[in-house]
Write a protein that binds this ligand. Structure first.
Ligand SMILES: *Cc1c(COP(=O)(O)O)cnc(C)c1O
Length: 454
């Protein structure tokens, strides 16, 4: 299996090369040259454990990695999850199911991709002998998922910048209480935007980038999308046949990475008739799928912070398929979009997608509603999937992306109490290990170099 860029540049490359490269040199994102058709044998995978299913699926793509080696990576990646089923599916009512994606080490769905990505990076380091310095900025979730995916792997150091006063205390503890000496959480004076700006500036320093092999915590790595396809397949195999017929899968959406993975699986012969994109008040994708207009506006901080984004980077992958896999058309649209911040589609064919939008008020109201109706507690991101819980006809599978214990304030405001999780409770008594630096790229540069000397 070979992989190509959405913008058509370069020759097709192997799975391992695509994982290593991250963003394609032409600015595009990698995708499989052809999607496999799983229809003929997918039912045979019904009784496989999560890691075994993941192996069968990834084998279709990672054709340049030895089977035994791939299996080892996958087994190690998912051994860190606390639930035996990894992605358990629960029945809430006769036609509402929820797939819980929060049983990984940081209690959010990004663990599915980053635990595996860490293992794949470690494999490359083992084969090439080249070490890596991972550098990124975070306002919370992605940073801690990356830290937990990549820490304690030989040859990898992780530097994560975050605003000193801009991250929730529990999230900060998830980054700073790992006890790992390969992790460097850096609290900077300044905002998240500053942190992101310094990261970009350091990556632009070619000398530094080459000498210290700087690599990004890529939200757009091909391996992340493929790893995420697996839980859709796992959940689908667990649904009764009746439920699959009129199924709608509802996905909390920010960067479009999660829902894209589900949709790609549906293009591989797994019958999922409908997807719903559930946004918070940062609703660029809602406006696109309901009104055909793709236009950036300012980010409004919400109760579901991991979906507070304005440009959905993974959307480009969907665009590629929407435009009949024509890279020239992708290039033209992306160019207009990047230059002007908007693009108006003459005719936007939304296919099997629909979208909803939840403001903070709906998030609180719906959290309360599902607690009263089903005695089930959801986090604010998952609450966005409940916009038409009561009115939708047919079956829904809700993808639950974070454990509610991560968001005590929103829970207190909606249901008058919070819930706890042993992982988070344990953090409260652990020692924090963080580095404070001024908001100055030179100081950060020196820090990275010094940590590579000792
Ligand atoms: C990242 C994240 C999302 C959004 O996922 P995308 O792939 O960006 O659409 C939703 N919920 C939680 C808890 C997240 O961490």
């Amino acid at each position: 299996m070979q992989f190509v860029s959405t913008r058509g540049g370069g020759e097709p490359i192997s799975f391992s090369q695509a994982v290593k490269t991250g963003l394609a040199p032409d600015g595009g994102l990698y995708l499989p040259q052809n999607l496999p058709n799983l229809a003929g044998f997918v039912e045979e995978w019904k009784d496989l454990s999560y890691p075994d299913l993941c192996f069968e699926f990834m084998k279709c793509f990672a054709t340049d990695i030895d089977d035994e080696v791939l299996k080892g990576c996958i087994d190690r990646a998912y051994s860190t999850f606390s639930h035996q089923e990894i992605a358990p599916v629960k029945e809430l009512t006769s036609n509402r199911y929820v797939c819980e994606l929060f049983h990984g080490p940081t209690l959010a769905f990004k663990d599915f991709a980053l635990q595996l990505l860490g293992q794949l990076y470690a494999l490359q380091i083992k084969e090439t002998g080249e070490s890596l310095n991972i550098l990124g900025a975070t306002s919370g979730d992605t940073g801690s998922a990356a830290i937990h995916g990549l820490m304690n792997l030989p040859g990898i150091k992780i530097f994560i910048l975050y605003p000193r006063d801009g991250v929730a205390p529990l999230q900060e503890r998830q980054m700073t209480c790992t006890g790992s000496d390969t992790v460097f959480p850096i609290a900077i004076e300044g905002s998240f935007d500053d942190a992101q700006r310094w990261v970009k500036q350091l990556f632009a320093d070619q000398d530094l980038k080459k000498t210290y092999r700087l690599s990004a915590i890529n939200s757009i790595n091909l391996a992340r999308v493929l790893a995420q396809c697996v839980y859709y397949l796992y959940a689908w195999l667990r649904l009764p046949e009746e439920a699959r017929k009129d199924l709608e899968v509802v996905v909390p959406t920010g960067n479009f990475g999660n829902v894209l993975a589900g949709w790609m699986l549906s293009q591989m012969g797994v019958h999922i008739p409908k997807f719903k994109i559930a946004t918070n008040q940062n609703d660029i994708l809602y406006r696109l799928f309901e009104k055909g207009e793709y236009r950036v506006t300012d980010v409004q901080p919400s109760l579901a912070p991991s979906m507070d984004i304005q440009v959905a980077s993974n959307f480009e992958r969907f665009l590629y398929y929407l435009l009949d896999q024509n890279p020239e058309k992708v290039r033209n649209i992306m160019k207009t979009f990047l230059e002007t911040g908007s693009y108006s589609f003459e005719h936007f064919d939304r296919g099997i997608f629909s979208a909803t939008r939840s403001d903070d008020e709906s998030i609180l109201k719906n959290t309360q509603m599902i607690f009263e109706q089903c005695n089930y507690v959801v986090d604010p991101h998952t609450a966005c999937t409940l916009e038409d819980f009561e009115s939708h006809e047919g079956t829904q599978l809700l993808m639950s992306t974070a454990h509610p214990a991560k968001f005590p304030e929103a829970l207190n405001r909606s249901i008058g109490k919070s819930v706890t999780h042993p992982t988070l409770e344990a953090l409260k008594s652990k020692e924090q290990n963080r580095y404070e630096l001024p908001s100055d790229p030179e100081a950060i540069r020196k820090f990275i170099i010094s940590k590579n000397k000792s």
